[in-house]
Ligand binder design. Sequence first.
Ligand code: ADP
Length: 667
Amino acid sequence: MENNQHPNGGPNNQNNQNPNRSPKNGQTIVIFLIVSLAALIVINLFSSMFQDSTRKEISYNEFIEMLENGEVASVTLTSSEIDIVPIAQPFPGVEFTYYTGLVDDPELADKLLAAGVNFSKEVPDVGSAILYNLLATFLPLLIIWGLLWFFMRKMTKGGGMMGVGKAKAQVYDSQKETGVTFKDVAGQDEAKESLQEVVDFLENPGKYSKIGAKLPKGALLVGPPGTGKTLLAKAVAGEAKRPFFSISGSGFVEMFVGVGASRVRDLFEEAKKNAPCIIFIDEIDAIGKTRDNGYGGNDEREQTLNQLLAEMDGFDTSSGLLILAATNRPEVLDPALLRPGRFDRRVIVDRPDLKGRVDILKVHAKNVNLDDSVDFDAIALATSGAVGSDLANMVNEAAILAVKKGRNAVCQADLFEAVEVVMVGKEKKNKILSQEERRIVSYHEVGHALVSALQKDSEPVQKITIVPRTMGALGYVMNVPEEEKYLSSEAEMRARLVECVAGRAAEEIVFDSVTTGASNDIEQATRIARAMITQYGMSEKFGMMGLESAANQYLDNRTILNCSDETAAEVDREVMKLLSDSYAKAKELLLGHRDALDKIAAYLIEKETITGKEFMEILRKVEEKPEPEKAPDVIALGTAADGNSQETAGAVSTVSGTEPESAPPAE
Ligand code: ADP
């Protein structure tokens, strides 16, 4: 993920030199051609209109009559006509002429002489006639060729017909470098440690070669989007004070077979000229996908990959060239790319943990005015699952919110509001729900919150709201863990399931009908139930049998089934049972606390947003439980530490929500 940066470059890319591409030239030529053509047409039109008004055709008889009446001043005989200049000129300052066709009249010269008229015969201009003919033939051809050339150039996106294969590499000025150092990358300590070695190889190649150690040619940065892979690559270049060439894998592959390969060649040629330097290939999976997938393959991609492999084998590590690549789909990469001597180092750049998130927030808040209320630990706790780019975005969003509110420093409330804006979108003030819908949404959300509070394995409720958000949620409950957790127990998972289905259960109990609002809950509950059975060995029936595995570790929650069709059908039945048991449990809990459900829902309808503290106060009052000596440390709305447990930061339960998918609990 890029923040305010060019995908292939960075903040310095205005300094990039790219002699291979001149898209402006092509455009200029075409514009020039079009303008010339238009000008030619306009000139022709005007001159013919002008000529029409200053010339008039007459018959030969009329010409002879004018001659005899002494009205003719001079005559010019051309190869096809007679041009006559009369003595009487109708428009002062403009020469008006008559013309008539040439007639085979042997006495014409005598008649002209007799009338005392000046006359001459035009000498044909052979040169200009040839030029005219040439232009008439070749100008349209030239124009068509120009247009074709322009469109071909557009289609190939490269440097025109001659430069189709030129790489779109971005060279960083070696004086300015990338300007990024390891200090700018927070929280990725292991990744930084392993790349620190690489920096040392670059800085002191002699130290390693003296002892006989082979320097690495490349390192593969692997991790989910937005975790700072590009930033790390730039930091390596910055630390080693080397130029940085960056290109996206998809930037190599073009429509024509062979273009990608020639781009790879050009990129390496250019980089070798600037060595020691760093080449960074983002999204390497776009070209590095495994070749023998049995679907016939893609010639262009394969050729590009082959060229990349050949180039990687072809250079000498002592030249100081280092190739870094990034991907979030390492499992699809061709094994040839990962062999020793190629991308033999794998650096994991995973989602940051609690401390990592605090550090990232601090790095991005370095130049932001903060007031004393700011507590990054609370924000980090509420943003479990968020990646570096999300956190950077939150700090920026908080600063914008502070400005909007007319303050000159960011406070904790701004940061919390920013967390919600990034995770569930902005409040949709103009979306007016009907009274009945507000009641349904309110009961649905209180259903989630109440079940969460009633089960001791669920996390504390921090906020409940029925203000719709731009990312689709009509309402949501926020839970925040008391501490960062890496393991989830079976009891916690079961409690989570009951909480997930409790929104729908509340709707059914109160309205005796159900709505589409639970679709997101259903999806989430099904995913948790399935994972419990197929991946976490939490079902009696299948025990520890691994029935499913994650299809992609870093991108989404898709899984691959590793069992027979019959077992899969049985898994489905188990999932169904787990879900219906959870639903029954949710209904039982809510029916047992119907009074609390009604009272809290009524309060929520009135207030639209309530804090965890208000929620617990009503619950205790209704249940007539004495208030504990010290109320839980819950901060009021907007200043509260909101979030959730093993979910991606943001809303836990929504009504017709489209909020971010939850990350699977840590194994
Ligand atoms: P990736 O290449 O992994 O998709 P990027 O390196 O493009 O992610 O990160 C996008 C932005 O997110 C960075 O420019 C930076 O502002 C922010 N960011 C991501 N990870 C970190 C981190 N660990 N420390 C500081 N900022 C980060």
